[in-house]
Design a protein around this ligand. Structure first.
Ligand code: IPM
Ligand code: MG
Length: 367
């Protein structure tokens, strides 16, 4: 019997409710896949600020260091919106976690089931067959973390601010590695997105990606696209993409665009993988839904638990190597949707079910 030791950070808003559903489903799947979960819950985000004066309390960080993975809910809300940017729950919790655990590979699947295609803001013909695009975003480099990064007072009396966009070839190589592995399990196509007509970091990016794919994965089909064009192509015809590989900030922007094209944030999961190997020999990772805390519906049994449940499935796949158990959960979510179960965010005016009922429906379809 395998023991899965991970930290649960439910966060704010709907986080705790949808986390409850995800844990229930993990326990149930464990019964037929020979694992038990061993997890403890810790404050993060607004809950961290309120209870410990810190969006990422030391006690939370220490618990995560002891764990093999982090199952993350979502953080933030109106209560903390007026804090200075550096103290905002999202930034003050997520960025240090990414740095601490070197979570350099962010996988954001953009999926839209054909049954839900009307939810997409794109024209029906464009997305009638659904969407299945994976965004692979570099997460610990580039302009997010490059130094210097500061605001300074000039003698003239005005201020000046600087961010530094910087990449080393080794950082580009390791994220390309992740993209190669993922592309081999998909259609074998990678579109690398950069701004090589303007940025030095992008020129290096394009060179390193091209050389690595040519050397190690010549069977893959690699293309390159400028980021402005990629933003346009995503709304024009998202299905032309299979896997998008890109740097930190471009990935931040394009993954939100991909998410909205898929219609409901309540359905999208993500994984952030690190360098450290966990106790099972798989990468340490942080798994979180793409959507926010939805404070307006928190505690009302209205939130869509699918994204959190699918994040838990990604955790089984990447941090514990439990592919079959992960696929079982994903199939159960898909079947629930096929069978017409919808939370209010995806119901389009039709009758909807609550968080608990949706969770129950998924549980019943795990067999
Ligand atoms: C994301 C978020 C974060 C980012 C913010 C909250 C720091 O937008 O995970 O995409 O920019 O990476
Ligand atoms: Mg973002």
């Amino acid at each position: 019997m395998m023991t899965l030791n991970f930290s649960t950070l439910p966060g704010d808003g709907i986080g705790p409710e949808v986390m409850g559903t995800a844990l229930e489903i993990l326990r149930q799947v464990g019964e037929s896949h020979d694992f038990v979960i061993e997890t403890s819950s810790h404050d993060v985000g607004g809950a961290g600020i309120d209870n410990h004066g810190d969006a990422l309390p030391v006690s939370t960080l220490e618990a995560c260091r002891e764990a093999d993975a982090i199952l993350f809910g979502s953080v933030g809300g109106p209560k903390w919106e007026n804090l200075p940017p550096k103290e905002q729950p999202e930034r003050a919790a997520l960025l240090p976690l990414r740095k601490e655990f070197s979570l350099y590979a962010n996988l954001r699947p953009g999926n839209l089931f054909p049954e839900l295609s009307d939810l997409s803001p794109l024209r029906h013909e464009t997305v009638a067959n659904g969407i299945d695009v994976l965004c692979v975003r570099e997460l610990t480099g580039g302009v997010y973390f490059g130094q210097p990064k500061e605001t300074r007072d000039l003698e003239s009396g005005e201020q000046e601010a600087i961010d530094t966009m910087i990449y080393r070839s080794s950082e580009i190589e390791r994220i390309t590695d992740i993209a190669i592995t993922a592309a081999r399990l998909r259609s074998g196509r990678i579109c690398s997105v950069d701004k090589a007509n303007v940025l030095e970091t992008s020129v290096l990016w394009r060179k390193v990606v091209s050389e690595k794919v040519a050397r190690e994965a010549p069977e893959l089909e690699l293309s390159h696209m400028y980021v402005d064009n990629a933003a346009m192509q995503l709304v024009r015809d998202p299905c032309q993409f299979d896997l998008i590989l890109t740097e930190n900030m471009f990935g931040d922007i394009l993954s939100d665009e991909l998410a909205v094209i898929c219609g409901s944030l309540g359905m999208l999961a993500s994984a952030s993988l690190g360098v450290r190997k966990n106790g099972h020999g798989h990468p340490f990772g942080l798994y979180e839904p793409a959507g926010g805390t939805a404070p307006d519906i928190a505690g009302k049994n209205l939130a869509n638990p699918c994204a959190q449940v699918l994040s838990a499935a990604l955790m089984l796949r990447y941090s514990f190597g439990l592919e079959e158990a992960a696929a079982r959960i994903e199939n159960a979510v898909e079947r629930s949707i096929r069978d017409g179960l919808r939370t209010i965010d995806v119901a389009q005016g039709a009758p909807s079910v609550g968080t608990r009922e949706m969770g129950q429906a998924i549980l019943e379809r795990l067999d």
